[in-house]
Each structure stands twice: as C-alpha cells, then as structure tokens.
Design a protein around this ligand. Structure first.
Ligand code: ZN
Length: 377
C-alpha cells in the first residue's frame, strides 16, 4: 500500500546514506503501518551476536498475516492493560497505559540475513525504547516455523531421551505445541512491551548484559502468565494443566538440552541461551531447599523432575520482579551478577552427558529452513 511505499523509501534512503535518523523515521512509519496483509522486517536489527551489544546484524523476513490465528494475539493485545496491572512487579515500574500493541500470527514467506537459514519464532520491534514508548511496537509469531519445529520434534527422539517419565512425555505431546505458542505470543506481544524505565534511567545502562536481561524479562512475563487462569478464561488454553508442558520443556532446555549447541570447554554466549539458563538455574537453586525442581539420576542418566509446578510459577514471578527492577532502575551491578552467576558457566560433566546422549539421536543442534521460489503473477 501507499504507506508501505513510504516506509520502503525511507529504508532505501537510510541504506544509501547510513543516516540513523532516517532509520528512526523508517521504524516509526513501519510501526504505524498496520493495514497491509503482507508485511516485512528489514534492517540492521539485533545486537545479540556482539558481546558489546553495539553492532547489529542484518536480517529480513517477509510475512503473510494469518487472520484466523491472529485471533489469539488480538485477545492478548486487547487485554494488555489487565496483564500490565496484574504483573508481579513493583507498581512504580508499570506502564499507566499501554500504547500501540500490534501483534500478529503470521506465515513466514521469505527469510533473509540473520533470519536464514535458522530463524527466530517470534519477533518484536523496533528495539529503540523511545520509539516503543511513544509509538508502540509490532510483534509477530511465525506460525509455520513453530509448526514445522513441532512436527520435526515429535519423532526426533529428544523427548523420549530426556523427559523423565511417561507423565512428562504425555504432557508435552498433548500441550507442548499450544503452550509453546502461547508463551511466544506472551513474550513478544506483551512481555517486551511491558514495564517502564524510571525517569532519567539510561536505556543502555545494562550495557553488554542488556540483551540477556531483556530476553529474560520477556520470557518470565510469558512463563508467569502462561499459568494464569486468565488464559483458559480467554480461550487461549484448553486446560489449566497446559502450562505444565511449557514449564517442563523450558526448564529441561535451560538446565540441560540447550547445551547441545555449545562446544566442549566453551561457555554460554548467545543472549537467548544465557537468558534460558539464567531463569532455569535460578529457579533450580532458589527452590532447592523445597525440592521444587530436581536433577535426578536414573540408570546413569540425568533428568529434570518438577515436583511443584505452582511453586515454580511463584519463583518465575519473583525473578520477574527482580529483573524488572534491574531494568527499570538501570542496576548494572545486579545485572552483571545475575548473568555471570547463573547464565554463563557450564557444568562440564552434565555438558558431556548431554552431548553424548544427543550424539546417539543423530540430530543437528540447529534446524534451518529452505526459502521457496516465488514467481510474480
Ligand atoms: Zn525476545
């Protein structure tokens, strides 16, 4: 449409000149354009790959709205204020109003740059905090990608190898896909957009730890709310047991299985992986006295066992409150301590075990997608 033409022209002028103020104007027009059924993401966007969090890598996605599935995110966006008001965080850090949340479920039509061949499953942009606060943000959940991941995982053997008992396997087979999708929606559509900085706090105060803290904040928002009766009430989840599948796979991944992506001897570097380990290790440690989550040995293999799902939710809420405080006040020292203590280090014995068990499954640690060929008609 005409508005998109304007958006694209701003982007081209930015690429031609490198003028960052043009990129801001492009981002603002891009957020405001909400009518087109086909949309795109394009630019030097994420700094996850740069330890200093300055240099962004180039990425692009072209996506088609899935009107029917958008019902899901529309319900969340319509209730954004309810979620903000009821979040387990300090009142001082809550937004008094939530502006311009556009959340969609889409089918990825083409992936490029850092989104190809491995791709995110959800994206929320722009990253500039001042644009988000003034103009809002757009979120997408890439439905055909999560669907493909789910299909591929059903018979990959990972669940059989790493889930503790038939009970967890059944739980994940029944609710894993829907629970994961709702968690992604919550993370992208509400999590990143929630909360606010106290006046005068530098948005870059957390420096190299900023990306990990921000991803942890959005994930915790999703984890806390995926267990809320509100989601069953809104018709987004069919059962109040569904969240347990998401909790189990999240903790299993953060404590164990994501280590398959790390070479022996290395530490966890990527922001999302750090965030998942941070959350899982923190909950594991804080709940240790009550045996909320355990690592249990069976036939020489380590398994994650969740003994008290409600307590896990409570701990997610407590960590969310602390992470929100860190972001809202720009507490660099606390961010560094949390990340360095929980998110970076790898237990070499457990790591070797995970690699060994994965080797037998003969699976690649990352999956990639092949772009289709399109013909203009
Ligand atoms: Zn995120």
């Amino acid at each position: 449409n005409a508005h998109q033409k304007e958006v694209i022209e701003l982007l081209i002028r930015y690429y031609e000149t490198g003028d960052l103020s043009l990129f801001d104007r492009y981002s603002i027009e891009w957020v405001k354009e909400v009518a087109a059924p086909i949309d795109f993401i394009n630019g030097f966007i994420e700094v996850y790959g740069d330890p200093l969090a300055y240099k962004a890598s180039w990425e692009s996605v072209v996506q088609i709205m899935d009107e029917e599935a958008c019902e899901r995110t529309r319900k969340l966006a319509d209730n954004a204020m309810w979620f903000e008001r009821n979040a387990p965080i300090d009142e001082r850090f809550k937004k008094s109003e939530v502006v311009g949340i556009t959340a969609r479920v889409v089918q990825a039509a083409m992936l490029g740059g850092d989104c190809h061949p491995a791709t995110p499953i959800g994206i929320n942009l722009p990253n500039a905090e001042w644009i988000r606060e003034r103009y809002g943000s757009k979120s997408v959940t890439l439905d055909n990608i999560t669907y493909a991941y789910d299909r591929a995982s059903l018979n990959s053997g990972v669940l059989d190898e790493f889930a503790y008992s038939d009970e967890e396997k059944e739980l994940v087979r029944t609710y894993g896909y829907v629970g994961g999708n709702v968690h992604t929606d919550l993370h992208e559509c509400l999590g990143h957009g929630s909360g606010k900085l106290l006046p005068g706090v530098d948005p870059d105060a957390l420096k190299a730890y900023g990306s990990t803290i921000e991803e942890a904040r959005a994930d915790l928002f999703g984890l806390y709310y995926v267990a809320d009766p509100k989601l069953v009430e809104l018709g987004l989840l069919s059962s109040d047991e569904a969240y347990k599948a998401q909790y189990y796979t999240y903790l299993m991944n953060g404590l164990m299985t994501q280590l398959v992506r790390i070479q022996p001897g290395n530490t966890v570097e990527e922001a999302h992986m750090r965030n998942r380990q941070l959350i899982a290790r923190w909950v594991f440690e804080k709940g240790a006295a009550d045996k909320v989550v355990e690592l249990v040995k069976k036939d020489g293999k380590t398994y994650v066992v969740v003994n008290d799902y409600e307590k896990v939710r409570q701990l997610f809420g407590e960590l969310l409150a602390e992470i929100q405080r860190i972001k809202s006040t720009g507490d660099f020292a606390a961010a560094r301590a949390l990340v360095e203590d929980y998110a970076v280090k790898v237990d070499p014995v457990l790591h070797a075990e995970v690699l060994e068990r994965y080797k037998k499954l003969n699976l690649a640690p990352y999956k990639g997608f092949v772009n289709p060929k399109y013909e203009a008609v």
